[in-house]
Design a protein around this ligand. Structure first.
Ligand code: ZN
Length: 383
């Protein structure tokens, strides 16, 4: 447990760093895209168990994930009274830890109204993050989950935890829940509450606090919002945290008076606020799922002794070269009889990932810069 806490603590420090690759991705989010989703959600009407609107909203959610290119879409169905309802679970498989999941979720049912804030806002964000993540490779797997029947007592999330998460002993890195983040029309909505677990069991509370601090840091870096830390309660993370899983969440700081009424409409909320939270949610999703990409520019430390990180060593399939130099580096990989296995040029301050096609054994890496005689060698083991 102490080890886990130390690992999480080191991630907080890393979170303070600004990452231009995440910023570039965040810049691709379109305000109109977020606004249109909120409008579509409103147009679908009141979404309670037994309504056609709930079914139509589920179909609308599924169709969008299909359009984004996702194929692993599961329906976790069950009855509420005589009504068949379902949670929607979209899985994106990670490269390095395919069996460990980041869950990003928001419920899509509403109560006594169209629920554009509660929880069209969270639904729109989960959808937009899924759209943006479709072409981003990540180390951890991600589950985008749209829970149903939250409003009648966390029914959908409780069903999922009891019937899927616990029986499968699912390995969950973090549950990131987004519920009611629409803001209030006419108010200055410049702060978001980041929620952490302060309840029993306490074994997961320290990790929840650490992830929540990181969420707050990322939110302040990649959106215009300020953050406020508070405790988690009354949303779909509850059945997870009660069963020892690590959670965090977003909830609006200016609490709207309109949820659970016909006035929970787009005109009574602040779509700019939802837009800012979409940016922060995407950045957090990329960070928590540990995105991997072929041409990441990084902010390196000029004083580091080694110019190039090569990891992991030993390796199995994937190998990552992280060039921290200000110059491009030519990399050549040889087997022990001097045959060239791989030759690649790594731009200054960049990472690349490769899959060398070679049998298990010992290899030698040689690196040179273009404009100097600097050269280094490193031994590498393939398992
Ligand atoms: Zn809600």
């Amino acid at each position: 447990m102490l080890f886990v806490v130390l690992v999480v603590a080191s991630q907080i420090i890393a979170a303070q760093e600004y990452d231009p690759y995440i910023q570039n991705k965040v810049n691709e989010i379109a305000y109109d895209s977020v606004l249109q989703r909120l409008q579509d959600f409103e147009d679908l009407g009141m979404k309670q168990a037994g309504t056609a609107a709930l079914e139509e909203t589920a179909n609308w959610i599924i169709q969008q994930h299909q359009q984004f290119g996702y194929t692993d879409i599961e329906l976790d169905s069950f009855y509420v009274g005589s009504n068949l309802v379902y949670n929607i679970i979209v899985t994106k498989t990670g490269t390095l830890y395919p069996d460990t999941y980041l869950i990003i979720d928001g419920h899509y049912d509403t109560y006594n109204g169209p629920g554009v804030n509660d929880n069209g806002s969270g639904t729109a964000i989960v959808l937009e993050v899924a759209r943006m993540m479709a072409d981003v490779e990540t180390a951890y797997s991600i589950k985008f989950i749209h829970f149903t029947v939250e409003e009648l007592g966390l029914v959908g999330s409780t069903h999922y935890v009891e019937n899927t998460v616990i029986p499968q002993n699912m390995d969950i890195r973090l549950v990131f829940n987004i519920d009611e983040v629409g803001g209030v029309a006419g108010m200055v909505n410049n702060t978001i509450t980041c929620e952490r677990d302060e309840w029993s069991p306490t074994s997961n509370n320290e990790a929840s606090a650490a992830f929540t601090d990181t969420l707050a840091s990322l939110t302040e870096i990649y959106s215009s919002l300020n953050t406020h830390i508070s405790y988690a309660y009354g949303s779909d993370y509850v059945p997870f945290m009660e069963n020892g899983y690590v959670v965090t969440g977003y909830y609006e700081y200016n609490e709207s008076p309109y949820p659970h009424s016909i006035h929970d409409s787009l005109s009574n909320m602040d779509p700019e606020y939802v837009f800012e939270l979409t940016k922060a949610s995407l950045a957090s999703c990329m960070y928590f799922a540990e995105y991997l990409n072929s041409t990441t520019s990084i902010s390196g430390n000029e004083d580091e002794y080694l110019p190039m990180d090569i990891s992991p060593n030993p390796f199995v399939n994937n190998l990552e070269f992280n060039n921290r130099w200000d110059n491009p580096v030519e990399i050549t990989m040889y087997n022990m009889s001097g045959k060239v296995i791989l030759n690649s040029r790594i731009p200054a301050k960049s990472k690349i990932r490769v899959q060398p096609e070679c049998p298990p054994g010992i290899y030698l890496i040689k690196g040179n810069t273009d404009n100097s005689n600097a050269e280094f060698h490193q031994k590498l083991i393939k398992q």
